[in-house]
Write a protein that binds this ligand. Structure first.
Ligand code: PMP
Length: 445
């Protein structure tokens, strides 16, 4: 497999020759929160694949739901006026649970095309309102909004911009709330004040009459699990209302129990104008994403658009098998998984916080089953690990050998997003393997 992979499989996000040299690691099976590699080595999946297997592995009822749907009707397009029962039912179930008036659901294949779709919807929305000049978009530094070309422009990670002239000139950023290395310090009110001020200043600079929307992740994921202070999301939402720009919550990672509730923005009673989700929607068993549209946005487009105006969609939009899986995932979340995730999340956060004294640990942060440890070589000066993928790769490899799959970001941040079905034993193993890995790294960096 290693040789075949080297010769033929092009991986997303990899330094190709570096990756070829290190060799691929192949997973063979999974059960609950555990995965087993091709050599039979068992690990806790501390990252739920790529923050997505929220329901855990080996959930037979999901497999049965998919099988039933494949046997009955494997495909129906959602195009035009066509549809399938699971897609309609899933849209209705999601709308019932979504915050506020997010009553309309547009299905995609994943998170990137969900984000792309929001840009389309927003442009249609302003077009229908007779304000087509509102075409400037703002997001937050360290944010991640996908790797399609448009989403990558909203994404604030340079790796995703190289060679494409990104971001586009209509895509802008404000500084992140990232507090550990934030020049405005760690005082929550000062951070909120700075972010609100930065958004106001950016909108003033561009002209409020030209700004369409502002994007946030309730917790920034791929930027390193950066948790804003309590009240930040609400303050940004209110500022958008005042400035007359749409507020978009990208809940691709934070949705479906990752931080506790079904949607993280409900923690601060925030109702976005649009919301994107994916990952936990189908728990990685099949691909699917969803854009939620408020009554205000949907009705404006529906009433105002000419027949040709809404010209975007995908062959696999509203795929019936994905929808059947989504319905079963929702049932599992509400029949114990969300509650278990809350309990397991408290244990995870307590366990990771107990590592705060370790000489390599600069900061422990997170909420629910979404956490990170930021590593430093010198605690007092917050000296980061060398900005290279080599030390991160070594930590990742060691953790793997110790029985834990984690995400080791190139900047020395360890990310955690285990399945919501974790037992106490799974969580304890995550923490123990982390401690062992850190001790080994301290001894031999
Ligand atoms: N938005 C956010 C917040 C994400 O974390 C991701 C993926 N990590 C995406 C969008 C893109 O989703 P996908 O990889 O499914 O296209």
């Amino acid at each position: 497999l290693v040789e075949l992979d080297r010769a033929h499989l092009v991986h997303p996000v990899a330094s190709y020759r570096g990756h070829e040299k290190a060799g691929v690691r192949v997973l063979r099976s999974g059960q609950g929160a555990r995965v087993t590699d091709a050599s039979g080595h068992e690990m806790v999946d501390g990252f739920a694949g790529l923050w997505c297997v929220n329901a855990g592995y080996g959930q037979n009822s999901i497999v049965e739901a998919a099988t039933r749907q494949m046997q009955e009707l494997p495909y129906a397009t959602g195009y035009f006026s066509l549809g399938s029962e699971p897609a309609i039912r899933l849209a209705a179930e999601l709308a019932e649970r979504a915050p506020g008036d997010l009553n309309h659901v547009y299905f995609t294949l994943g998170g990137s095309d969900a984000v792309d779709s929001t840009i389309r919807f927003i442009r249609y929305y302003y077009h229908c309102l007779g304000k087509p000049e509102k075409d400037q978009f703002i997001s937050v530094a360290n944010g991640y909004h996908g790797s399609s070309t448009v989403g990558a422009g909203l994404t604030a990670l340079p790796l995703f911009h190289a060679g494409f002239g990104l971001p586009f000139d209509w895509q802008h950023k404000i500084p992140s709330h990232y507090s550990y290395r934030n020049p405005v310090g760690t005082d929550p009110q000062a951070i909120i004040y700075a972010s609100v001020g930065a958004l106001r200043a950016k909108v003033a600079e561009l002209g409020a009459e030209r700004v369409a929307a502002f994007y946030v992740e309730p917790i920034q994921g791929s930027g390193g699990v950066l948790v804003p202070p309590d009240g930040w999301v609400k303050a940004m939402r209110e500022t958008c209302r005042e400035l007359d720009i749409l507020f978009i919550a990208d809940e691709v990672i934070t949705g479906f129990g990752r931080t506790g509730p079904l949607f993280a923005c409900t923690t601060e009673d925030v109702v976005p104008d649009l919301m994107t989700t994916a990952k936990g929607l189908t728990s990685g068993y099949v691909p699917m994403g969803a854009v939620f549209l408020s009554d205000k946005v949907y009705n404006t487009i529906a009433d105002g658009a000419g027949a040709a105006a809404i010209g975007h969609g995908y062959t696999y939009s509203a795929h019936p098998v994905s929808a059947a899986v989504g319905l079963e995932c929702l049932r599992l979340y509400e029949n114990g998984l969300l509650d278990n995730g809350v309990r397991a999340g408290q244990r995870l956060m307590a366990g990771l916080h107990a590592l705060a004294d370790h000489p390599l640990v600069g900061e422990v942060r997170g909420r629910g089953m979404l956490a990170a440890i930021e590593l430093v070589t010198d605690k007092a000066n917050k000296t980061p690990l060398p900005a290279s993928s080599e030390p991160a790769r070594r930590i990742f490899d060691r953790a793997w050998d110790n029985g834990l799959v984690i995400r080791a970001f190139a900047n020395g941040i360890l990310g955690y997003a285990p399945p919501l079905c974790c037992t106490d034993d799974d969580i304890d193993r995550i923490v123990d393997c982390t401690r062992t890995t850190l001790d080994q790294t301290l001894e031999d960096p």
